[in-house]
Design a protein around this ligand. Structure first.
Ligand SMILES: O=C(O)CCC(=O)C(=O)O
Ligand SMILES: [Fe+2]
Length: 355
């Protein structure tokens, strides 16, 4: 699929190809629009002020990072026009004919290209496909940008993506300062632990789907990064769990807000104090959905270890590892677990058939 077809081309059909169908235990448990207000929406107004507001805001952020690792922020200072332009132009890109999108196909996998278009995932070897198209931009450090991998159409998309990435980068750094302070460390501690922080902007497009109860837009995962800032449209579909997938909540879309997810790196450097958000995206049969994730993570060679281990606490990582090893270790584990699960299922089926 990833190297020949776009998903929008098959999304019109009445039933879903079997390669997208999830095992029952992985299927959505809660509808895309059954919203919960369990996750706070935190205003950042006054975060730079010394009048007590910063402390108040930091306290709220830290509480939810210990509890869920996911929350929303408003009054973050990024112009709403930039957010709506970014969403609109990104949507326009996915509405282009398949061949225009496939021109930027990441056919050789993420290791061989600096971004581009793909269906389902940027990883190779997945057993069940996600119901999404995606576009990855390498945005920071600036010398990682390869503008030939940024779409030329629609007009203005490149320029707007560049502006968007810069504003979101500043906001991510601001949030990392808050978390560093909460750990009793200097403001720059978390960004310094990334050595040279990287940013990737990933635009997810989930076409509407005739059988949304059988598929996932994006399978359950934690982001392998430090912090993700996600802009979602008004449709709904982002879900989080904090009991290992038993129960799920759907994060309500809030106009102009960013959803903030902590990733595995934040979990490790805080020695487990901050949760990495366990989440997935579901789709629906009424309309397509767009979300824009900006991932911020360490440079591949950065060594990951807990920055602070409290008295009597065990370190969550037995020994320091490079971010690259952590990242690929996790990706291979994902693929391998899915492969083993499929193998067991196939064997059970054969057995039932008496072969
Ligand atoms: O589309 C969403 O709401 C979730 C996206 C996401 O989790 C991701 O891109 O890692
Ligand atoms: Fe994610």
């Amino acid at each position: 699929m990833a190297d020949g077809t776009s998903l929008t081309a098959i999304a019109e059909e009445k039933s879903v190809p079997s390669s997208f169908i999830r095992d029952e235990d992985e299927r959505p448990k809660v509808a895309h629009n059954q919203f919960s207000n369990e996750i706070p929406v935190i205003s950042l107004a006054g975060i730079e002020e010394d009048d007590g507001r910063r402390e108040e805001i930091c306290k709220k952020i830290v509480e939810v990072c210990e509890d869920w690792g996911i929350f929303q922020v408003v009054d973050h200072g990024i112009d709403s026009k930039l957010l709506s332009d970014m969403s609109r132009l990104s949507r326009d890109f996915f509405a282009l004919p398949p061949e225009e999108k496939l021109h930027y196909n990441m056919a050789g996998g993420i290791a061989n290209t600096r971004g581009g278009f793909s269906v389902s995932s940027h990883l190779q070897g997945e057993t069940v496909q996600d119901w999404r198209e995606l576009y990855i931009y390498y945005t920071y450090p600036i010398n990682s940008r390869d503008y030939s991998r940024w779409p030329e159409k629609p007009q203005d998309l490149r320029e707007v993506t560049e502006q968007y990435s810069e504003k979101v980068w500043d906001l991510a750094r601001k949030l990392l300062e808050v978390l560093s302070e909460a750990m009793g460390l200097e403001k720059e501690a978390l960004s310094k632990s990334c050595v040279e922080m990287e940013q990737r902007v990933v635009v997810n497009f989930y076409p509407k789907c005739a059988e949304p109860d059988l598929v996932l837009g994006l399978k359950r995962h934690t982001d392998p990064v430090t912090i993700t800032l996600l802009l979602q449209d008004g449709v709904g579909g982002l879900q989080a769990t904090r009991d290992n997938g038993e129960t799920w909540i759907t994060v309500p879309p809030v106009e102009g807000a960013f959803v903030v997810n902590l990733g595995d790196h934040a979990h490790y450097v805080s020695n487990g104090r901050f949760k990495s958000a366990d989440h997935q995206a579901v789709v629906n049969s009424d309309c397509s959905r767009l979300s824009i994730a900006a991932f911020h993570n360490p440079t591949p060679e950065a060594v990951v270890y807990p920055l602070k281990v409290g008295e009597g606490e065990e370190p969550v990582l037995k020994e320091p590892m490079t971010f690259k090893d952590l990242y690929w270790g996790k990706m291979h584990q994902y693929i391998e677990l899915a492969r083993l699960k499929k193998l067991a299922k196939d064997q059970a089926r054969q057995h039932a058939l008496g072969r």
